[in-house]
Design a protein around this ligand. Structure first.
Ligand code: UD1
Length: 320
């Protein structure tokens, strides 16, 4: 299929592009390179340098004719979304509606969307399944949930078939070592640990050590980005075959604590990785992990690279 990957120069986007290419799809990347990187582009793909906030630019892309599109062009910093919701309204909401309007205008009616565990908010039970109540605790999570709702309406009114893929904590790098672009000013745990390991940052601040977990630090469900990327390919096949939308959680059902990830990083990198225990970060639930039973049943998706050692090793390979 001809697939437009919007945000395809980003960290997750570049892995999705690679998985789509491996599955035999013809990929075009659309990106404004605001956080995406030119070095994440593959020479095999067409690249459109464009902005989702400029309707004529996104329409010109869809006018080229695509069977499907993947939308990963969103801001994702939870804390920033609380301080600057306007930025998230414009980019994540307006930008997505621009994309959806352009897509249906040019008859591209298969959409794969990067949703997030942030749509759920504090867990009421674990593991989190798809039916868990949705009470986002950040404006970022709210934008993702609203987009899920827009997609459901466009499905009903315009025949847009979508896959909402709710990522839990994306981590790791391409096990083949082909994708090596480092995220700028990362907010997430593993890239920050790696920045400390290679001297780009003095120490890791551990946000809270008094949670009710096995070692007092928060538990998250880290999923390898290549496993996430493969879910996009499977979701596209599912939509094409069944002409039906789907919403799935992508997690491993296994939780890892902050300290466990830090210890694994020290062991694998051989670096001291200084850390300091500090106050809890507001809005962090103690424990979050998902069941991916639904993704397995519907898509046959199973994580293959999401064990802690592979997550850390593939990331360290790039950072070292
Ligand atoms: C959050 C969202 C997730 C979203 C992701 C995007 C929620 C519940 N989750 O994940 O859906 O896709 O952001 O960025 O909103 N930590 C430290 N020190 C650091 C950084 C992190 O101790 O310097 C800890 C955090 O407190 C947390 C864990 O590491 O316990 C993971 O944090 P992070 O990588 O920021 O991801 P989430 O907040 O879990």
């Amino acid at each position: 299929m001809k697939v437009l990957v919007i945000g395809g120069a980003g960290y997750i986007g570049s892995h999705v592009v690679k998985a789509m290419m491996k599955a035999g799809h013809k990929v075009t990347v659309f990106d404004n390179l605001s956080s995406g990187l030119r070095c994440n582009l593959f020479k095999e793909n067409d690249f459109i340098h464009g902005n989702i906030l400029i309707q004529s630019e996104i329409e010109a892309a869809f006018e080229k004719g695509f069977d499907a599109f993947v939308h990963l062009a969103a801001f994702k910093a939870v804390g920033e979304s609380m301080e600057n919701p306007e930025k998230y309204s414009v980019n994540n909401i307006t930008g997505t509606l621009n994309i959806m309007n352009a897509a249906v205008k040019f008859g591209c009616k298969k959409m794969i969307f990067s949703s997030s565990a942030a749509v759920f908010g504090a867990p009421q039970y674990l593991p989190i399944d798809e039916n868990h109540p949705k009470n986002p605790e950040s404006y970022y999570g709210f934008t993702k949930l609203e987009i899920e709702r827009f997609m459901a309406w466009y499905d009903q009114l315009k025949g847009l078939k979508f896959a909402a893929l709710r990522y839990f904590n994306a981590a790791g790098y391409d096990p083949d070592g082909e994708i090596r672009g480092l995220e700028r000013s990362p907010q997430n745990l593993l890239p920050r640990i790696m920045e400390v390991a290679c001297g780009m940052r003095d120490e890791l601040k551990v946000f809270g050590t008094d949670y009710d977990t096995r070692d007092g630090t928060c538990i998250r469900d880290y999923v390898h980005v290549t496993d996430l990327a493969n879910a996009h390919v499977l979701a596209l096949e599912y939509i094409a075959k069944n002409n039906e939308s789907l919403t799935v959680n992508l997690g491993t059902e296994k939780g890892t604590t902050v300290k466990e990830l830090l210890d694994a990083s020290r062991r694998i990198s051989g670096k001291a990785i200084p850390s300091e225990d500090v106050e809890r970060r507001p809005g962090d639930p103690a424990c979050l992990y998902a069941t991916s039973k639904h993704a397995k049943e519907l898509l046959g998706w199973e994580p293959k690279f999401s064990d802690v050692d592979t997550l850390v090793k593939t990331t360290w390979e790039v950072y070292k």
